[in-house]
Ligand binder design. Sequence first.
Ligand code: PLP
Length: 391
Amino acid sequence: MMNDKWERMDREIEQLKSDNLFRSMTVFDSPQTSQVKVEGQKQHLFSSNSYLDLCCEPKIKEYIRQILEEYGSGSGGSRLTTGTTRIHVELEETIARFKKREAALVFNTGYMANVGILSALAGKGDLIYSDELNHASIIDGCRLSKADLVIYRHNDMGDLEEKIKAHPGRNGVIVSDGVFSMDGDIVDLPGLVDLADRYGLLSMIDEAHATGVIGATGRGTEEYYEMEGSVDVLMGTLSKAVGGEGGFVCGSRTLIDYLINKARSFIFSTSLSPATIAADIQGIRVITEQPQRVQKLQENICYCCAALNSRGIKAESETAIIPIIIGDEGRAMKVMKLLKERGYYISAIRYPTVARGSARLRLALMSSHTREDLDGLADALKECMTLAENE
Ligand SMILES: *Cc1c(COP(=O)(O)O)cnc(C)c1O
C-alpha cells in the first residue's frame, strides 16, 4: 500500500488545533501605527514592535524615495561581492556611532545576525552560556555552532557563575537578551559583564527590544546601566523601534573583521535593498534627533502599568513589553478575542514561544499611544479578563 505523505502533517495540525496551539496570520490593511485596520475593522494596536511609531514618519519615507530613485530596487549581490553600496557603509557607520562602538556590521535580519554571530564565535569544543528565556534566534545560533550549550536560570548570575566554574579554562560566550522579548524584564548587565571579564569569556547582548526603548536617549541596555562600551558583542535589530528592517552587530574592529570573514548568514545572502537601508539610516537619525519620542514611550510605560494596577491587574515593566499572564492557553485566546471585539488588538502568546500553562497577553506600547488609549485599554482589559474568568 502506498504511504500517505500528508497524513502526518494533517494529524499534527489537528493536534495543535485541539490543544489551542494552532497559529495563523492576521492580515492588516493599513500601515503599522497605533491605529490600524485589521480584517476590515479599526483597532487600537497594542502588539507592535514598532515602539517609536516610525513606520509612517514623513522624514523617513522621503529619504527612502530619494534613495530608491538613486539606487533602484534590489542590491544585486551579497555584501562581499557586489551588494555593498555607499549607503550600506553609511548605515554601519551610523549604527557604530549610535551605539558608541568602533565598527558595526549589518545582517539581513536580527535572526540571521544571531545565527551568523554565534556560529562564527563558537565551535566544536567551545561553550555557549545562554539564559533559559533567550530568543529563538539565539537558541538556533547555539545549535548551529555545534558548541556545548549550557543553559542557566533566567537572569540568575549565581547559577551562571556556578556553571562557568564547572568548565574551567574553556573558550566561550555568555549570551543574553538585553530586554527579554516575552517578559519585558532587563538583563543583569553588571553581573553578566563582570563574570565574562573575570572568566575570559565573550559577553554578547541582544538589543532587539532595548534599542530605542531603554536608556535616557534610547541607546539600550548599556545606556540604561551607564555602562557604555562594556559589552563585547552588541547585537540588535533595525526592525523594531527603528522601524525598518535588518539585524546588526557592533563592537571592536577585530570582532567585525572576524565576522565579515566567518559569519555564513552574512556571507551567503544577498544584501538588503537600498530602500530598506535608507529606512534604517533615517530611523536612527530620527531617534537621535528626537529623544522626546523615547521619553514619551517611557512615560507611557509608567502610565500604563499604573493604570492597570489601579484596576487590579498585575503589571510591572520598565520596557515597552508588559506581559499580562493568563496561564491557560484557551483562556488567553478568549481574552484576545473579546478585546478584539472591543477594538483592541493584543497578541496572545502561547507555547512554544513561552512555557506551557504560562500563556499571556503581550502588551507592547508605542510612543504615540495617548493617555486616552491607555486608559481605554486598561478598562477593556479589566472587563475582558473578568468575562473570560467567569465563563
Ligand atoms: C525580534 C527579535 C530578533 C529577530 O530580529 P528580526 O530582525 O525580527 O529577525 C532577535 N532577537 C530578539 C530578542 C528579538 O526579539
